[in-house]
Design a protein around this ligand. Structure first.
Ligand code: S3P
Length: 175
């Protein structure tokens, strides 16, 4: 039961808050990939993408992911919404034997959360672009090991409870 857990999902699906709730439940450490990339360069994600371009941001993201995975700790890793959609990152994560959990939140909920937050999401500046991205990425998120449905009625701790229950079921059925 000490496999590392990588949380994936669209912007606004709640990856960071759910990862925090899950870390509190399991009493383990947490890494947030966006926060690591930003701390390394002392800039926000919008600044990095605006100044260096998306491709350069993706390279920094993959480099940070590699370092976090090589370190063996912390146990929980929350990705930015685009990280899992790159094959090279999926390969890295799978090669390290992590359990991937997709927070499957409906588009409307993601969009509501995106627009509620003051920090801009450079890749979801307008609704059509965000909806298109959501649709295109859906089959890639579905490649995660576990899918946990998220609704607007659920708190981050409710989602974390579902994740731990799903992991338990998975452990039981494997034995
Ligand atoms: C992105 C999601 C963002 C951040 C960057 C790119 C994406 O993270 O990494 O703006 O491509 O979906 P969140 O999912 O935490 O918003």
């Amino acid at each position: 039961m000490d496999q590392r857990i990588v949380i994936v999902g669209f912007m606004g699906s709640g990856k960071t808050t759910v990862a925090k709730a899950l870390a509190a439940r399991l009493g383990c450490g947490l890494a947030d990939l966006d926060a690591i990339v930003c701390a390394q360069q002392n800039k926000s994600v919008p600044e990095l993408i605006k100044e260096q371009g998306e491709s350069s941001f993706r390279d920094a993201e993959t480099a940070a992911l590699q370092v976090v995975l090589d370190r063996q700790a912390p146990r929980i890793i929350a990705l930015g919404g685009g990280a899992w959609t790159l094959e090279r990152n999926r390969e890295l994560i799978n090669k390290h034997g992590c359990l991937t959990v997709w927070l499957d939140a409906p588009y409307d909920l993601c969009w509501q959360r995106i627009t509620d937050q003051p920090a801009p999401r450079p890749l979801a500046l307008d609704e059509n672009a965000a909806r298109e991205l959501y649709r295109n990425r859906h089959p890639l998120y579905a490649l995660a090991n576990l899918r946990v449905e998220v609704t607007n009625k659920m708190s981050a701790d409710d989602v974390a409870a579902r994740i731990t229950a799903a992991i338990q079921r998975r452990v039981i059925t494997k034995h």
